[in-house]
Ligand binder design. Structure first.
Ligand SMILES: [Zn+2]
Length: 269
């Protein structure tokens, strides 16, 4: 029986994580965002959102995304990639990041074919510039079909009213074999997505569950959570035409720890 994998998988807090929490620092990691060997500080109970690289200020979640991005680009370019620095010059890939702030953006913004956007509200049209920043509604992107190699989103899709419409749009703008690398709040042991809020046909908001907000530098009240995803997401994405890999990472040397380091790589097939 022991050779079989049982689902749901049960997780125990690792001793390493407990020690890291207790001392609050990791003396050295290799940061896949900035490529430095540096200490990690500010290790908090919420390991996913803490553990800051002292050099680029990336947190655990951003390093998870960068780690899978590097592996994905290594597959596409057949070259070894350990951090963003390994490809920001010399590769012609078109990368679209769905945010214009934070450590990953700061490094990728040096790339030639880099695009980033923010969402400023329904009063704007996708493709418009707002205070010098591109506005895009992920459910209705302004980009032409099959023009982008890689899309990045980190905890964005839970804030989209119709997340699978946005996945369909990303599928449209990706080139064949292009990838959407992303993180979302994800129930590892649930089979059906949790819909917490919806908009009706007139655009009016209906709360199905107690509203949850995530902190958002653009909105003082925070960003409303519409969906918490589950294994259903992988099925829905297959219907759209993605083959989605789920990576469950545990890489303390890269400053990636905790029980819920999950990154998705949806490949347009
Ligand atoms: Zn760093």
């Amino acid at each position: 029986m022991h050779s079989h994998i049982k689902y749901p998988i049960s997780y125990q807090t690792k001793l390493f994580d407990r020690i890291a929490l207790k001392i609050g620092v990791l003396p050295v990691i290799f940061c896949p965002v900035c490529g430095n060997i540096a200490p990690v500080i500010a290790i908090k109970e919420n390991l996913r959102e803490s553990c800051l690289c002292t050099i680029c200020k990336s947190n655990n979640r951003q390093r998870q995304l960068a780690y899978v991005l590097c592996k994905s680009i290594a597959t596409l370019s057949k070259k070894r990639m350990r951090c963003l620095m390994d490809f920001i010059s010399g590769l012609d890939l078109v990368i679209y990041n769905t945010e214009c702030i934070r450590a990953i953006h700061n490094n990728l913004s040096r790339m030639k074919n880099y695009i980033c956007s923010e969402y400023y509200g329904p009063q704007y049209k996708s493709g418009e510039m707002v205070n010098g920043v591109l506005h895009e509604d992920l459910m209705n992107l302004s980009f032409a079909d099959e023009t982008i190699d890689i899309v990045l989103s980190s905890d964005v899709f839970e804030h989209i009213p119709r997340p699978y419409d946005a996945h369909r749009e990303i599928w449209r703008v990706l080139k064949q074999n292009g990838r959407h690398i992303f993180t979302v709040p994800f129930y590892q042991t649930e089979f059906v997505d949790e819909t917490r809020a919806v908009h009706d046909r007139n655009g009016e908001l209906h709360l199905i569950k107690e509203p949850q907000y995530h902190s958002d530098p653009l909105r003082p009240e925070g960003a409303l959570v519409y969906t918490i995803f589950s294994l259903q997401m992988l099925v829905e994405m297959r219907k759209i035409g993605f083959r989605t890999n789920l990576y469950h990472l545990y890489k303390p040397w890269y400053g990636i720890l905790g029980p819920n380091a999950i990154v998705f790589e949806a490949i347009k097939t």
